[in-house]
Design a protein around this ligand. Structure first.
Ligand code: IMP
Length: 177
């Protein structure tokens, strides 16, 4: 199997550090709740949180919309919800990639109904050309072209999450889906 690296480890590390700094400045004097979307965001979130200098807590949701396919079904469902309420809290959703935008659009609106002080989005990657609904990241790592990528937490049929860089999935493997 061949991978075409798209974002090298060093480039990711540098950008994550910049994002952490910006977040620390913007939330100075506040407490932050990072809400990671599992499973894809687990590596990004682990690296990002170590670059954040304001008091921070974490929680996770599991949201499904994809299954084993590379095309979004358009159906979004919360499979595992937050452990605690978020009333009055500054929430930052951490996502691996924004594609159609359906997942984040749904989750952001859902969390906003729970009375938080604020809800923002931090995404490692964005494929703006694929957008079906209007949703933007307040903090974004990289904007990329319409290619299916894996690694650094992102999977294809649950594989490749362990790669320390982001790679374009080989056409061969993509076709077998
Ligand atoms: P959206 O709801 O279409 O924005 O889909 C977002 C979710 O789709 C992400 O959290 C990923 O799990 C998945 N996804 C979208 N594009 C890719 C990709 O290129 N590689 C891996 N997963 C992807």
């Amino acid at each position: 199997m061949s991978y075409q690296p798209l974002l090298e480890e060093q480039a990711i590390r540098t950008r994550v550090r910049e994002l952490g700094k910006q977040i620390s400045v913007d939330y100075e004097g506040k407490e932050l709740l990072l809400v990671g979307i599992l499973k894809g965001a687990f590596i990004f979130m682990a690296d990002l949180i170590r670059q954040i200098e304001v008091p921070v807590t974490v929680d996770f949701v599991v949201v499904s919309s994809y299954g084993a396919s590379t095309e979004s079904s358009g159906v979004v469902r919360i499979d595992k919800d937050l452990e605690k309420g978020i009333e009055g809290k500054h929430v930052l959703i951490v996502e691996d990639i924004i594609d159609t935008g359906l997942t984040l659009n749904y989750l952001k609106h859902n969390l906003e109904t729970r009375g938080p002080a604020s809800v923002r989005i931090c995404a490692l990657l964005d494929k703006p050309s694929r957008r079906k609904v209007s949703v933007e990241a307040d903090y974004l790592g990289f904007s990329i072209a319409d290619e299916f990528v894996v690694g650094y937490g992102l999977d294809f049929a649950e594989r490749h999450r362990h790669l320390p860089y982001v790679a374009v999935l080989s056409a061969d493997e993509y076709r077998q889906s």
